[in-house]
Ligand binder design. Structure first.
Ligand code: 4AD
Length: 459
C-alpha cells in the first residue's frame, strides 16, 4: 500500500483510517500496511522485540513485533508489516513488521523521560517542548481537545452563534487595569508612532464585543484566548488563558444564565467521560488518583452573597482576609464555601453593587444595594465562572459611567442602550480552570499546552 494509515480503536474493534475514509480492519488483514508513530516501549523476548508504537490519536499503542534491538524509546518510526489478530485480549491487533524505518532516533540517555517510569506533572512541566510525549500530558491534550469540541457542540445545538471577538482592543472590559499594551516593533516603527492612534491592548474579555452582537443576535458566544497582566504565581492564574463567553438577549433573570452555565458544564463533562474513557482512566489511576470526574455531575447549589457572608462569619475557620459585607470573596473563602456546601459546584448570586464592574445591573434593593451578578465556585479551584445581567437602562448606565469618568470612552456602549436595547446577560468560564476542576489537576500550568505567566514565556 502506498498511503500511511492510522489505527483507531473503538470498543473491541480496530479501524484503519487514512485521510478520507474509515474502513474495517478485516479488509486490511494480510495486506502490507504502513504505520507511523513514536516508540513508547521496547521489550525483548527470545528472538523477538516487542515495540509499542503510538501516533497520538489515542492512548492505545500498536504492538509491533520486530527483530531489531536497535530501536530506542522515544524514536520516531515508520513500520511496514502485516496486521494480524493479537492473541492478547487487550489489543485487538498487532503488526508483524517486515521493514522498520527509523525516521528520527531518540537518545535515551539524554531524553528526560525514562521507559516504564511514571513522571509526575510537576516534573514533566520542566520540559514544555517535550512533555506532550508523555502519556499523562498527551491524555490531557486529547481531553482538552474533546472538551473544546463539546463546548462548541453545546452552543451550536442550543442556537448560539459563534462570534470571533477581537484579540486586540482599546477597552478594558473588567476595569481592573490588568492589561498588556500592544505596540508595533521593527525598523518600520522606530519613530515610536502610535500605530492604532489610541492605546491598544490584548483583550481581557470578549464580553463588550459580544454585547454589541447581542443587539442583533439573541444568543451569541465566543471561545478564545484572553490575557491578564496579573502578577500572580498562583495555581489558578495565567497571563494567557482561554475563556468561553456567552451572551443572551431578552433575559431578565440570573436563573437563565445559571441554567446555561450548569447545562454547558454537564454536557461537556459527560462528553469527556463518554469520549475519553482511556485518557480519563489514566488520570483517575495514575495522575490525580482519588479524583472522580463523575462526582461533578450532580446538581449545583445556589446561595446569595449575603448567605455566603453569613456562612463565613459563622464558621470557626480563621481566614486571612475579612468576611464583612462588601468584601470580595478570596480563594480561601471560595474553597471554604464549596466545602461547606458538600463539595459540589455552588452559584453565589447578588454581590454588592460596588464590587462589580460598571456593566452589572443594579438590583435597586435598598439599603444593601446589590448587582445581578453571579460567580460559579467549584471544588478544588474556587471561581470558575463570572457573569451578570447587564445594565440595559440608559439613565442608570450613563450615570455610572459618568461617575467613573468613562462616559466618553464608552459612548458607543451607551449607543447600544439607545437603539433597540433589551435586557440581556452573559458569563465567562475559564476553560483551564474547568479542566483543572474535572481532572483534579492542582496547577493550572498543567492543563494548557504552553503556559504563560509572570516571569515565564518559554518557547
Ligand atoms: O470573572 P471574570 O473576570 O469575568 C469576565 O471577564 C466577564 N467579562 C465574563 C463575561 O461575563 N463575559 O473572568 C471569567 C473567568 C473567571 O471566573 C475565571 O474562571 C477565568 O475567567 N479567569 C482566569 N483563568 C485563568 N487565569 C486568569 N488570570 C484568570 N482570570 C479569570
Amino acid at each position: 500500500v502506498s498511503s500511511v494509515y492510522w489505527l483507531v480503536f473503538s470498543g473491541n474493534c480496530a479501524y484503519l483510517c487514512d485521510q478520507t475514509c474509515r474502513r474495517n480492519f478485516s479488509s486490511f488483514a494480510a495486506k502490507l500496511t504502513t504505520m507511523v508513530g513514536w516508540v513508547r516501549s521496547v521489550r525483548a523476548q527470545k528472538a523477538n522485540v516487542f515495540l509499542h508504537v503510538n501516533d497520538g490519536s489515542s492512548l492505545q499503542s500498536l504492538q509491533v513485533i520486530a527483530s531489531s534491538e536497535l530501536l530506542t524509546f522515544g524514536s520516531a518510526v515508520e513500520v511496514t508489516g502485516i496486521l494480524k489478530k493479537s492473541p492478547h485480549q487487550k489489543q485487538p491487533v498487532e503488526l508483524d513488521a517486515k521493514q522498520i524505518n527509523v525516521v528520527g532516533e531518540c537518545n535515551p540517555v539524554d531524553f528526560p523521560f525514562k521507559i516504564k517510569e511514571r513522571h509526575g506533572l510537576e516534573y514533566i512541566r520542566q520540559f514544555p517542548h517535550l512533555r506532550c510525549r508523555t502519556n499523562a500530558f498527551s491524555s490531557l491534550l486529547r481531553i482538552r481537545s474533546e472538551a473544546t469540541a463539546a463546548i462548541h457542540s453545546y452552543f451550536k445545538d442550543n442556537g448560539f452563534v459563534e462570534i470571533n471577538t477581537p484579540i486586540i482592543t482599546s477597552n478594558d472590559c473588567e476595569g481592573a487595569g490588568e492589561l498588556f499594551q500592544v505596540e508595533p516593533s521593527g525598523p518600520d516603527h522606530a519613530d515610536g508612532e502610535n500605530f492604532f492612534s489610541v492605546p491598544a491592548y490584548l483583550t481581557v474579555s470578549g464580553q463588550l464585543h459580544l454585547e454589541v452582537v447581542s443587539g442583533a443576535f439573541s444568543k451569541a458566544y465566543t471561545f478564545g484566548p484572553t490575557f491578564r497582566a496579573e502578577n500572580s504565581q498562583s495555581r489558578r492564574h495565567l497571563a494567557e488563558f482561554y475563556m468561553v463567553e456567552a451572551e443572551i438577549s431578552f433575559t431578565q433573570s440570573l436563573e437563565d444564565l445559571t441554567k446555561v452555565m450548569e447545562d454547558m458544564f454537564r454536557f461537556a463533562t459527560e462528553h469527556v467521560l463518554a469520549h475519553c474513557v482511556e485518557d480519563v482512566d489514566l488520570f483517575h489511576k495514575h495522575v490525580t488518583p482519588g479524583h472522580r470526574l463523575k462526582e461533578y455531575l450532580m446538581s449545583f447549589l445556589r446561595i446569595t452573597y449575603r448567605e455566603a457572608i453569613d456562612i463565613l462569619r459563622r464558621s470557626s475557620e480563621r481566614f486571612a482576609f475579612p468576611t464583612d459585607w462588601g468584601c470580595d470573596l478570596k480563594t480561601e473563602h471560595e474553597k471554604y464555601l464549596v466545602k461547606h456546601c458538600g463539595n459540589i459546584p455552588v452559584f453565589v448570586t447578588d454581590y454588592p453593587y460596588d464590587l462589580k464592574p460598571f456593566y452589572a445591573r443594579d438590583n435597586q434593593d435598598h439599603p444593601e444595594r446589590t448587582a445581578a451578578a453571579v460567580d460559579l465556585l467549584v471544588p478544588g479551584v474556587g471561581e470558575l465562572c463570572g457573569g451578570s445581567l447587564r445594565e440595559e437602562r440608559l439613565n442608570l448606565l450613563s450615570a455610572r459611567l459618568e461617575e467613573a469618568g468613562l462616559e466618553d470612552v464608552y459612548s458607543w456602549y451607551l449607543d447600544l442602550r439607545r437603539f433597540g436595547s433589551v435586557p440581556h446577560g452573559g458569563f465567562g468560564l475559564g476553560f483551564e480552570r474547568y479542566l483543572q476542576c474535572i481532572l483534579g489537576v492542582d496547577n493550572i500550568k498543567d492543563v494548557i499546552p504552553f503556559p504563560r505567566f509572570s516571569h515565564s514565556c518559554l518557547l
